[in-house]
Write a protein that binds this ligand. Structure first.
Ligand code: HXC
Length: 259
């Protein structure tokens, strides 16, 4: 499939796929088609056995400045209901392989929500995070009030959501929203480094472990522990587990096949 608003590379690096948002003049504003394209690319990479980790990025000036305001401006509540754009977001969230957001510049509104839907965020020191929807007399709708609050806590989330203020990459790092801050020229490289490290692990164990960490957001502790245990047992059904433990005993590097 050819895309209009994103660029994709299945083998950007060995086992690492890249999705680049590509509406630079509009600061990568997320229109409906762009979101559909991200969903489609993620599904394609999820099904490609060569891909073990996926990076979503924008450009130096913007990861994404939010949902496309011009596209939303005249919509009614019923238009929004019928369009049902969050079905697309739900599909994005269901990606089984790890997804890393490599963020530089503006990461606002739906852009910040997209980054938070990813599993980890690597940021340039020029990144700015915010949920400025309140200034448009709306509010976050793709997880901003929930994921931001879980990541940074009530005090900062409430302030960001109610005032629309932006926070810097350093502030985001301190608040626990992101994994790394690096100089602007290194943010994609750093995300690739992280992706490659994950890609070296057993894809089976990575998939089960990602699923288990995400479960912590949806369940109480007891149910979460039970879920974790099942996935832990499941790891022992893989050839990779035998290889990993064998390699340790034989003092050599493990080679994982995802089986
Ligand atoms: C549509 C956008 C846009 C957006 C920027 N542009 N953000 N178009 N939707 N979200 C367009 C501008 O209209 C302009 O195009 C071009 O990109 C460059 O933007 P400027 O404003 O000229 O740049 P600058 O002065 O540097 O200001 C950057 C900015 C500002 C601070 C990021 O653009 C801004 O405030 N953008 C809106 C941020 C926002 O409110 N996001 C939340 C959206 S609501 P033209 O053609 O006019 O020159 C949302 C809800 C999510 O995300 C709900 C779930 C899906």
């Amino acid at each position: 499939m050819s895309y209009e608003f994103i660029l994709t590379e299945a083998q950007y690096q060995p086992h690492v796929a890249l999705i680049r948002l590509n509406r630079p003049k509009e600061l990568n504003a997320l229109n409906l088609q762009l979101m559909q394209e991200i969903k489609h690319a993620l599904l394609e990479f999820d099904q490609n056995e060569d891909v073990r980790c996926i990076i979503i990025t924008g450009n130096e000036r913007a990861f994404a400045a939010g949902a496309d305001i011009k596209q939303m401006e005249s919509r009614t509540a019923i238009d929004m209901l019928v369009i049902d754009q969050f079905e697309t977001w739900d599909q994005i969230r269901k990606t089984k392989k790890p997804v890393i957001a490599a963020v530089s510049g503006f990461c606002l509104g739906g852009g910040c929500e997209l980054a938070m839907t990813c599993d980890m965020i690597v940021a340039s020191e020029t990144a700015k995070f915010g949920q400025p929807e309140i200034k448009l007399a709306i509010m976050p709708g793709a997880g901003g009030t929930q994921r931001l609050t879980r990541a940074v806590g009530k005090a900062l989330a409430m302030e960001m959501v109610l005032t629309g203020k932006f926070i810097s990459a350093d502030e985001a790092m301190e608040a626990g929203l992101i994994n790394r801050v690096v100089p602007e020229e290194l943010y994609l490289e750093e995300a690739v480094k992280l992706a490659k490290e994950i890609a070296q692990q057993s894809p089976v164990a990575v998939r089960l472990a990602k699923e288990s960490v995400l479960k912590a957001f949806d369940t109480g502790l007891q149910e979460g522990l039970y879920f974790e245990r099942k996935n832990f047992y499941m790891c022992f059904a893989s050839e990779d587990q035998k290889e990993g433990m064998n390699a340790f005993v034989e003092k050599r590097n493990a080679v994982f096949k995802g089986r």
